[in-house]
Design a protein around this ligand. Structure first.
Ligand SMILES: Nc1ncnc2c1ncn2[C@@H]1O[C@H](COP(=O)(O)OP(=O)(O)O)[C@@H](O)[C@H]1O
Ligand SMILES: [Mg+2]
Length: 360
């Protein structure tokens, strides 16, 4: 019996696990290829001399794309300048992207202490993204519409119903099952979005959960993956596949979509990592040659932690007095390694070659 009606709160949303066949040949084949590349990415990152080095940048890229899916749009320059500069952030989209990144870090930190994804954690993440104190929806009226404004889905309504479904989801995620963790992750994301527990922030919270889950399931020790890059370029399919699970119990296409997201972003992540590492090596060699007194491994790392840097970063890393490090940066700019911009009273230095790789 079909109980779904797009205009009526879907209180009959089935609990997890679904009754469908979740281990079709097509799915299992994709599990193999996506897991393989994911573990390559994991190895490449954990084997880096400093595995945390690129994490801020990767998470800011993720925050930017995940927010962009919700039409919260900023530029890389504005985002990184806001992170690095002392100046107050005026752009509201940039602020929201930075809140997203902080919410992600909060989630990862919580996971270190308690390796569970709970309803409470989801609420705390959403509150950090939204910078408010709202909670699970209590009033009816939340609907999802397509670009033409037509209602396509009405999520469950009633606080207790929502909480019960979240509890089922929580148990499903945290209790060992026979399913491959990547399949579990795909089911989790659909279910979270279908429950749609909040009046806003569901998409972003749900995508943060993906990274938390990869860490929790020990698929990535350091969740340095930029999953939303896939969704932003395959956005129509994202919405269609979510809808088709609800309307037709079409789990296969949804799971394949999520596995393809993992596979293709892990692959891109590996390629980008290679590119950045080889740029680092090249720049290091050139700086050593042209500015041997300035060169050090630590300096190169500072120039690659974020695409922008400033004097204070070098002072904090004990490179010398403001005057000394100021001269370092000037020399680096004169030799074409960095480009400076003035932002209020501050001068920021852009590693433009690194930015070019990020913007590819
Ligand atoms: N048909 C659908 N069924 C369930 N969830 C959907 C559907 N279409 C879109 N979504 C999810 O809803 C999210 C948008 O919800 P919203 O609360 O506005 O999130 P945010 O505020 O983070 O943008 C989308 O990113 C997507 O994950
Ligand atoms: Mg929204």
């Amino acid at each position: 019996m079909k109980t779904f009606n797009k205009d009526i709160p879907y209180n009959d949303l089935p609990l997890l696990p679904p009754k469908a066949d979740l281990e079709t040949t097509k799915i299992l084949k994709k599990v193999i290829t996506s897991s393989r590349i994911l573990s390559q990415l994991n190895g490449a990152i954990t084997n880096l001399p400093n595995p945390q080095l690129f994490l801020d940048t990767i998470h800011l890229q993720e925050a930017k794309a995940s927010s962009e899916i919700e039409n919260i749009i900023t530029t890389n320059d504005n985002l990184y300048q806001s992170i690095v500069a002392n100046k107050k952030i005026e752009n509201s989209a940039t602020k929201e992207v930075i809140s997203y990144k902080e919410a992600l870090w909060y989630g990862l930190e919580q996971l270190e202490e308690k390796p569970f994804i709970t309803t409470n954690l989801c609420v705390e993440i959403m509150q950090r993204i939204k910078q408010n104190s709202s909670n699970i929806r209590t009033t009816p009226g939340t609907t999802l519409s397509n670009v033409d404004g037509e209602v396509i889905y009405t999520p469950p309504s009633g606080e207790q119903i929502i909480r019960d479904k979240l509890e089922n989801l929580e148990n499903f995620i945290n209790i060992e099952s026979n399913l491959d963790p990547l399949i579990t992750m795909a089911l989790m994301h659909y279910q979270f979005e279908a429950i749609h527990p909040f009046s806003d922030g569901n998409g972003r919270t749900g995508r943060i959960l993906l990274l938390l889950y990869l860490k929790m399931a020990k698929l990535l020790d350091i969740p340095a993956i930029y999953l939303s890059e896939y969704i932003i370029t395959n956005k129509a399919q994202y919405y269609t596949n979510l809808r088709l699970v609800t309307e037709n119990e079409n789990w296969e296409d949804w799971i394949i979509y999520m596995l393809d997201m993992v596979e293709s972003t892990a692959k891109k992540g590996l390629e980008r990592l290679e590119e950045i590492l080889s740029l680092m090596e090249k720049m290091s060699g050139q700086i050593k040659e042209k500015l041997p007194k300035i060169h050090s491994k630590e300096l190169i790392e500072i120039l690659f932690r974020l695409p922008y840097t400033k004097r204070q970063h070098l002072i904090d890393a004990k490179f010398g007095t403001p005057k000394t490090v100021g001269n370092y940066l000037i020399a680096l700019e004169e030799n074409g390694f960095l480009k400076s911009i003035k932002l209020g009273k501050e001068k920021l230095y852009l590693n433009h070659n690194l930015m070019a790789i990020l913007e590819k």
